[in-house]
Design a protein around this ligand. Structure first.
Ligand SMILES: CCCCCCCC/C=C\CCCCCCCCCCCC(=O)SCCNC(=O)CCNC(=O)[C@H](O)C(C)(C)COP(=O)(O)OP(=O)(O)OC[C@H]1O[C@@H](n2cnc3c(N)ncnc32)[C@H](O)[C@@H]1OP(=O)(O)O
Ligand SMILES: Cc1cc2nc3c(=O)[nH]c(=O)nc-3n(C[C@H](O)[C@H](O)[C@H](O)COP(=O)(O)OP(=O)(O)OC[C@H]3O[C@@H](n4cnc5c(N)ncnc54)[C@H](O)[C@@H]3O)c2cc1C
Length: 672
């Protein structure tokens, strides 16, 4: 594999690490990309970006003012958008406009985020999923060609989670064949939509549909909000940016208020329901939640997005840990590389394993999603509830785990990890938002819990369950599992933990209703347990999927690659078994001796993986221009880069800042 040659000598410690690596890095890269041809395609697309000015910021993004950051991000988005439409989509195929490769390449342009991300990320998928064929023909080519730029405006100031509580109204007027969009209250302001504030000229709006005097619940509408020539907001539209946030600093999350704003009838997205010219409401969907389709799609894609973000953080922290030396272990001996500390390995190797676990699970989830779409095309919506339950918990757990692993990577880099130039704070604040957006962590786990409680009751009634919950059929009446210290044994024990927790929830709800509580209150009182049960189910799914997909995908691999991929998966199983010892003690016959043995094996495994650590992150094949990190670049010139970045601080533009003469000196002289 052609590695982009570093311009400088590689740090000697990092160079030695690469010599220690005992597996074929390229083979692992191919596995991560999904095949050799995919690696070639990815590199070709990355080359297009890198040869066309990506990563060329004279002043680092973080040193710019809010306005400058936004303007710079728009400039780069236009260069990038143009490359996407003219060159990159030709390689991926237009149907793969959401390809992870495009997403990954975007990072070569944006350290933070593109104000156009939601255009490709949510606006286009909504058009694809929610339009009739005629509407698709009208809107999609314009959107893909970026003749129109869109946002997804669902959340309001008063409601994000509870979609049915949204207050924006779309009232049909049959005389004019128009909908009137209106924001009746302060809490009905649309709030948060990415790109809505200043960038978008169109948006998809979720609003309560009224026709013939009746409310039919939330539906989607496409709305032009700005003049395409002047970009001025249209009369009846108040639109702006919501203000600085923890991250997303180069984008324009927006607010939007409608004042009796009129749109043609044809602008209701009518794939699943429509309003006839005379105002008659017709529902064609066989499932009530198909208008939520874009959210399911994004939840599915976020699992792979989390894999990518953990792999970036792990690459930075592991390369840095190979370069950094700290603390004398024995007098007069050189200070060890911090990567030699088992505590450091404990923080970091799980990140490599998790990146693989999420990548393989995301491919499996994507295939499941495609199968459900195919079912729905044939009119069968029976598989949707399982997909909703699965995508909800995997979105919740993958974003939450990614966040805590990325924070560990930052801790692992000590003070330098706190520097924006390390890129870890950017990665962290980007991922922090994913735990909330597209469905809050707790809320989504409670969605999964609804499905699990029903499944558990069906298992109790002797019904055969679908694949991801079929373990409930086997474990419904199991009390404590006999501990079996094999890999399959660990996976089974997680299924027993999940089944036990779900069973306990069902019991709590029944006990509470039996003592006179109504079902809603009994459910509410049990929600802390229900969240735990859904998380446990998700862990069982993740462990099982990672293990079985890893075995499948490495079947034809070389012995060394097989070995190291196997070691990572075992590490993942052991890490989580040790994290959940309380649950294991409760739901299996595991003994203190078994757990001590597991801990010993885990520590040995860390040592076994140690020589391959740098090779494993090199296999993620993240070019420096995508990584944007003073600590994580391929050549390991950590200290030189930290100094170079420090010199870029605008505060170093002059030797004395004017504030000295204005304020400090008068203070020193008692003249203030
Ligand atoms: C040009 C250059 C550009 C450069 C760009 C770079 C390239 C980029 C390329 C790609 C980028 C990809 C990255 C994408 C990044 C995306 C960023 C996204 C940003 C964030 C966007 C948002 O956040 S949008 C807003 C999202 N909002 C939410 O998620 C809200 C969460 N709430 C809900 O989903 C629901 O309200 C609820 C599920 C919590 C409850 O719903 P509701 O109250 O209506 O229903 P019930 O509780 O009564 O449930 C009824 C019944 O229905 C079931 N159900 C609920 N939802 C679904 C569903 N979606 N599908 C199927 N079934 C569902 C529910 O479980 C109940 O079932 P029962 O059988 O009755 O139990
Ligand atoms: C960076 C970012 C970008 C975003 N982009 C967009 C966008 O492009 N378009 C868009 O429409 N939206 C967007 N959002 C909004 C996002 O989807 C919502 O913030 C998210 O769905 C959570 O809703 P909320 O803010 O109303 O939180 P709330 O629902 O108010 O949550 C607050 C707390 O209450 C708890 N809670 C709420 N309901 C329940 C319940 N039923 N049971 C138990 N606990 C509950 C939650 O767990 C949480 O702890 C974005 C948000 C962020 C942060």
């Amino acid at each position: 594999m052609k590695i982009n040659k570093p311009k400088h000598d590689v740090n000697p410690d990092l160079a030695k690490e690469r010599l220690k690596c005992n597996f074929n890095i390229e083979e692992v890269t191919n596995i991560i990309d999904g095949g050799k041809d995919k690696t070639v395609q990815r590199k070709k697309i990355e080359d297009i970006a890198l040869n066309n000015g990506a990563s060329l910021d004279e002043v680092p993004e973080e040193c710019l003012s809010i306005k400058e950051r936004y303007e710079n991000a728009v400039r780069k988005s236009c260069v990038y958008g143009n490359l996407v439409r003219n060159e990159m989509l030709e390689i991926t195929g237009i149907e793969n406009f959401e390809s992870p490769v495009l997403r990954r390449t975007a990072d070569a342009f944006f350290k933070d985020i593109s104000p156009f991300m939601l255009h490709l990320g949510m606006f286009v998928p909504t058009l694809i999923g929610q339009c009739t064929p005629e509407q698709t023909a009208e809107w999609l080519p314009k959107a893909l060609d970026m003749q129109i730029i869109g946002a997804y405006a669902q959340t309001e100031l008063g409601h994000g989670t509870f979609i049915r509580g949204l207050e924006t109204t779309a009232t049909y007027n049959p005389e004019k064949e128009e909908f009137v969009l209106h924001s009746p209250t302060i809490t009905s302001y649309k709030w948060w939509a990415g790109g809505l504030g200043k960038t978008a000229n169109h948006c998809v709006v979720m609003a309560q549909l009224y026709t013939q005097g009746k409310c039919h619940g939330t539906h989607l509408f496409i709305v032009k909000i700005r003049d395409l020539d002047t970009h001025m907001p249209l009369p009846g539209i108040t639109v702006g940016e919501i203000g600085p946030r923890m991250g997303f600093s180069s984008a324009d999350n927006g607010f939007l208020r409608f004042d009796h704003f009129r749109i043609p009838r044809e602008n209701m997205l009518m794939k699943h329901a429509k309003v006839e010219k005379d105002g008659v409401y017709v529902k064609s969907a066989k499932h009530g939640k198909l208008t939520y389709g874009t959210m399911v799609f994004i939840r599915v894609t976020l699992v792979s997005e989390m894999s990518f973000n953990i792999s970036k953080a792990a690459t930075i922290a592991i390369r840095y840990s190979a370069v950094r030396r700290q603390t004398e272990l024995r007098p007069n001996e050189p200070e060890p590389q911090i990567l030699d500390y088992p505590t450091q390995q404990h923080k970091l190797f799980i990140c490599i394993a998790t990146a693989h676990a999420f990548q393989l699970t995301s491919c499996w989830l994507w295939n499941t999603f495609q199968a459900v779409l195919a079912d729905m095309k044939k009119g069968n919506v029976d598989t949707l509830p399982e997909l909703h339950a699965l995508s909800s918990c995997l979105k919740a757990v993958s974003t939450s785990d990614a966040l805590s692993h990325i924070e560990q990577c930052r801790f692992a880099c000590g003070g330098h990890g706190y520097m924006l130039s390390s890129n870890l704070p950017f990665i962290y604040s980007f991922v922090a938002a994913t735990r909330t957006y597209e469905g809050d962590y707790t809320v989504l786990l409670l969605q999964t819990a609804r499905f699990l409680v029903k499944a558990s009751e069906q298992a109790e009634a002797g019904k055969k369950l679908t694949q991801t919950v079929s373990y409930l059929n086997r474990t419904a009446n199991a009390d404590r599992l006999n501990w079996d210290n094999t890999h399959e044994g660990i996976i089974k024990s997680f299924q027993v933990i999940a089944a036990g927790k779900i069973g306990q929830c069902v019991k709590s709800i029944r006990d509470r209703t039996a003592s006179g509580m109504d079902y809603e209150d009994a459910w509410l009182m049990t929600t802390v347990q229900l969240v735990g049960a859904a998380e446990a189910h998700c862990r069982a799914v993740l462990l099982n999927t990672y293990w079985s997909e890893m075995r499948k995908i490495t079947e034809a691999s070389s012995a060394d690659v097989k070995k190291v991929m196997h070691q990572l998966a075992v590490l993942y199983l052991m890490y989580w078994a040790l994290e959940k010892t309380g649950d294991l003690l409760k739901y299996s016959s595991v003994s203190k001796k078994d757990l001590d043995e597991l801990q010993r094996r885990y520590e040995e495994l860390l040592a076994e993986l140690r020589p391959n650590a740098v090779g494993l992150v090199d296999a993620f094949d993240l070019r420096d221009e995508i990584l944007h990190s003073s600590l994580g670049s391929y050549d390991g010139r950590v200290y030189e880069r930290l100094i170079e970045e420090a010199h870029k601080s605008p505060l170093n533009d002059e030797p004395v800042n004017q504030s000295f003469h204005k304020y400090t000196k008068p203070l020193m002289l008692g003249k203030l």
